[in-house]
Design a protein around this ligand. Structure first.
Ligand code: ISL
Ligand code: CA
Length: 575
């Protein structure tokens, strides 16, 4: 490798898998997933073709926001195990050539963190670790900002006789990034975990760190004031410092969850010069059918999805790819059909995720097509955001039935139900009472039922991942949008210079109807023959190899252009 061409970073060829520990695998019957449970499932994870794990928070936390409220950055919450268990996990993962990245939540801590407790008492050096402001003359909060979890972003503290800022829950006070001591503390935390062998971090709401001003916000009731702290110059400077002083020297990978980020901001956040983050998680590809964030459904359009994906595929040379995480509804329920065409639509979504350019991130249970929860009322929920959004809807006069319908399709609990490993009570997740109810469909929708079924969603993912890793075009090739309308999405992955691997065209029908391929477009850009590729059809989620001018409901096909594959080359059929 010449100096001019730096070695290809490991994370460009990685397949990441996010584990939400409390819902992944319980080992001691207390109904909460834990580190020994994760270790016991590493072979299943390796069998999927995963090469890196993102662990959602394992740190000590009072669980105001399920671990995203950290009370001690350098210890494992006893419910998940201890540091020895963590070291054992890192070692066992390494034996399977699986790297580990941690969830880094540094915009805020838990109000139970010793820093905050000392800050409330006005004790140095912690007095200004957080953002304290006096009340207005009339006792009101310092400004009109509103929280991600609804309500004011300011909480009055009797001990300190002042308000403190919290963009999220009142038990998640924001750290003060105008204080160099805070940044030094963060560097210590990073080094602590990097020295334990982690390979990088998923950085939580990392584009919100620096608040440029505390003037009133101009917007409506949702996230009023965000213009004062979203992706500000100060945040870029902090990330450049962390990169320069810690991430670069350690060679640590960073993916930054960047709420509301647009393409120019993402380009700045991931620009290698001067260097901040490696890749980002953006959101707008998951909000094609949403009015605000994950709420307020509107009709889906494959053309709109293609437009947004194309913006990001062309706007960044490389980026993270995902369809699910612990905050998002299950993608087969969101963009797919979790009833009549459950498997086929799950496989179509897998095909899209794993044929785009970038680093794919899967979320636990996505590989078996887990669906949204089957709850019927609010008292089955756990998520603080769901309760707070529902309360705001109630204040706006929405009737209970409508409130439930809106919350049900967007609640973060949809992704947090325990992983369904088998059909027994407890779904193989726990022998105790699960912390959150298990979906009743675990009786048939589970890992064990799919593991040896060649036509299962699980084996479709396994084969797609193997195919992707064997194709330079899918790994490193370009992205070329070809055609899209309300239902159809057709794009091509173009070959890498000098590679023998040809182009691949991906054909997706995001609808429950058989859809005619656009004849005019076919004749103009592709002959029917190439759309009837026969042996060059390397993936089909319907078992068909010739399109014959149509795509069946939820059909996904990958056609390898150029000379047909040798007979017997592995494709992936869900017949
Ligand atoms: O998912 C979201 C946007 O669609 C928001 O619900 C989410 O709160 C936001 O993206 C920030 O998420 C991250 O920070 C939060 C934590 O609750 C989320 O779980 C985490 O992913 C505060 O730490
Ligand atoms: Ca447990």
């Amino acid at each position: 490798m010449t100096d001019a061409c730096p070695p290809r970073p490991w994370w460009k060829d990685a397949i990441f898998y996010q584990i939400y520990p409390r819902s992944f695998q319980d080992s001691n019957g207390d109904g909460i997933g834990d580190i020994p449970g994760i270790i016991s499932r590493l072979d299943e994870i390796a069998a999927l073709g995963v090469t890196a794990l993102w662990l959602s928070p394992l740190y000590c936390s009072p669980d105001a926001d399920n671990g995203y409220d950290i009370a001690d950055y350098c210890d494992i919450d006893p419910r998940y195990g201890n540091l020895a268990d963590f070291d054992h996990l890192v070692a066992e993962a390494a034996k399977r050539e699986i790297k580990i990245i941690m969830d880094l939540i540094i915009n805020h801590t838990s109000s139970e963190h010793r820093w905050f407790q000392a800050s409330r008492r006005g004790e140095e050096p912690y007095r200004d670790y957080y953002i304290w402001r006096e009340a207005k003359e009339n006792g009101d909060p310092p400004n009109n900002w509103t929280s991600f979890f609804m309500g004011s972003t300011w909480e009055w503290d009797d001990q300190r006789q002042a308000y403190y800022l919290h963009l999220f829950d009142a038990q998640q006070p924001d750290l003060n990034y105008d204080n160099p001591a805070v940044i030094e503390e963060v560097k210590q935390v990073l080094r602590f975990w990097l020295d334990r062998g982690v390979a990088g971090f998923r950085c939580d709401v990392i584009n919100l760190l620096h608040k440029t001003s505390f003037d009133d916000g101009r917007g409506g009731p949702i996230l009023r004031g965000i213009e004062h702290y979203q992706t500000q110059l100060g945040t870029h400077r902090i990330l450049q410092e962390l990169r320069r002083e810690v991430w670069e020297p350690y060679g640590a990978f960073t993916v930054g969850e960047s709420f509301g980020v647009n393409l120019p901001e993402a380009q700045a956040l991931t620009n290698p010069d001067p260097g901040e983050l490696d890749v980002v998680f953006y959101f707008d590809h998951l909000e094609v059918d949403r009015i605000i964030n994950r709420y307020g459904p509107k009709p889906f359009s494959a053309a709109k999805l293609m437009e947004r994906l194309t913006t990001w595929q062309h706007g960044l040379d490389w980026n993270a790819l995902y369809l699910e995480n612990h905050d998002q509804p299950r993608i087969v329920s969101h963009y797919g059909d979790d009833k009549k065409y459950w498997a086929r639509s799950a496989n179509l979504l897998a095909t899209m995720l794993l044929t785009l350019r970038g680093t794919p991130f899967l979320y636990q249970g996505q590989e078996i097509g887990m669906t949204n929860f089957d709850y019927t009322s609010f008292d089955q929920l756990d998520d603080v955001e769901s309760f707070n959004v529902a309360a705001l809807m109630k204040r706006f006069g929405l009737p209970r039935g409508l409130r439930w319908r809106l919350i049900r399709q967007a609640s973060r609990d949809n992704a947090r139900t325990p992983v369904q490993w088998d059909s027994w009570p407890g779904a193989g997740f726990t022998t105790g009472k699960p912390w959150l109810a298990i979906n009743a469909n675990a009786t048939w929708l589970n890992y064990a039922a799919q593991d040896s079924d060649p036509h299962s969603v699980l084996n479709f993912y396994r084969r797609l991942i193997r195919l992707r890793r064997s194709c330079p075009t899918l790994l490193e090739g370009g992205f070329e949008p070809l055609y899209a309308d309300r239902a159809l999405m057709i794009y091509r992955r173009t070959p890498v210079d000098g590679s023998a691997d040809p182009a691949y065209t991906i054909w997706l029908n995001f609808s429950g109807r058989t859809v005619k391929l656009p004849k005019a477009w076919l004749e103009a850009s592709l002959t029917d023959a190439r759309a009837d590729a026969g042996p060059s059809c390397v993936v089909s989620n319907s078992g068909r190899h010739s399109l014959k001018g149509v795509l069946l409901p939820w059909e996904a096909v990958i056609i390898r252009e150029g000379p047909p594959l040798a007979e017997g080359t592995e494709g992936t059929d869900e017949s």
